[in-house]
Write a protein of this length. Structure first.
Length: 303
């Protein structure tokens, strides 16, 4: 079975693009209140996923209530399992749903669990996530100028906001050609409608970004809180082709975690959170392997 991709809400599960892409596991321990979903149930839920899939990559929004992340870490701690990666993400809700879909697509490839989990950070840089907003007066997740704050009180004002990979904000009006910096590679655009018409996104943004296609999705329940307004159309443009995603992840250098021994890309293991030491300080065998063999001394640079 492929590594399980788990999410903290059903709105983060986009439809599979083909019959090969597995769905994501929705963690009920994150959806339901701890008062109604006990720790024992949460432990059973995660243990079942580990038994069926071997490893679990749990995507958790950085904007989620502290109790959600605390429950995930509590489950991991009680199970004493190094097979659970808790990946926090700053992506807005629809962008996070797209990331979860990409990881689901890659989970059926030949990537090891460590590479798959650490690929989440890499892929996030290639997701252009934003929204068309009717107000930015309360928006605090993207830098907003005082002038934009003042303009958002004007009736009918609309703003195009890009949250990732580089924050940007422009005022949208009929007499101005508002532009957001778009991706320089082939993408597919997903959008979800709140209490604004999607015309600007589908008729102006999509052609300007030269997207391969446009698909409507359901607006995630957390979008209004994330963007601080219900007058919005959320959008996310990302690489849709699994072969391109595979080449992107495959092109990055892989290392072995010096603590748990799993493969990783980037500078930190997604499973045990150990940072990658400088090249001169990297031990040959994983530290935990040495400990299991009863080594009396750790290699230089190990902690």
């Amino acid at each position: 079975m492929p590594t399980a991709i788990a999410v903290t809400g059903p709105d983060l599960v986009l439809p599979s693009p083909d019959r090969h892409t597995p769905s994501a596991a929705v963690l009920q321990s994150a959806v339901q209140s701890p008062r109604t979903y006990s720790l024992d149930k949460a432990l059973t839920e995660m243990h079942t996923l580990i038994e069926h899939h071997g490893y679990v990559v749990a995507l958790c929004p950085a904007s989620a209530p502290a109790s959600v992340a605390q429950r995930l870490h509590a489950v991991r701690s009680v199970l004493e399992s190094d097979r659970i990666a808790i990946v926090r993400s700053d992506l807005p809700p629809l962008g996070l749903a797209v990331l979860a879909l990409q990881l689901r697509q890659l989970s059926i490839c030949d990537f090891s669990p460590g590479v798959l989990a650490s690929a989440a950070r890499l892929l996030s840089h290639y997701i252009y996530a934003g929204a068309l907003l009717g107000s930015v007066a309360k928006l605090d997740r993207v830098p907003v100028t005082l002038q934009s704050h003042a303009r958002s009180w004007v009736p009918g004002a609309q703003f195009a906001v890009l949250a990732t990979p580089r924050p940007d904000l422009v005022k949208v009006s009929a007499d101005a050609d508002a532009q957001l910096p778009g991706p320089g590679f082939t993408t597919r655009l997903l959008y979800a409608t709140g209490r604004l018409a999607p015309a600007w996104v589908t008729e102006t943004l999509a052609p300007a970004w030269h997207v391969q296609g446009v698909t409507e999705a359901r607006l995630p329940s957390d979008s209004e809180r994330w963007w601080a307004t219900g007058k919005l159309v959320e959008f996310a443009a990302a690489i849709p082709d699994i072969s391109v995603l595979y080449q992107l992840v495959s092109s990055v250098r892989r290392d072995d975690c010096h603590w748990c021994g799993l493969e990783l890309i980037g500078d930190r293991c997604a499973f045990c959170a150990a940072p990658l030491p400088p090249p001169s300080d990297r031990p040959s065998p994983p530290v935990r392997a040495l400990i299991s063999r009863g080594a009396t001394a750790l290699p230089r640079g190990a902690t």
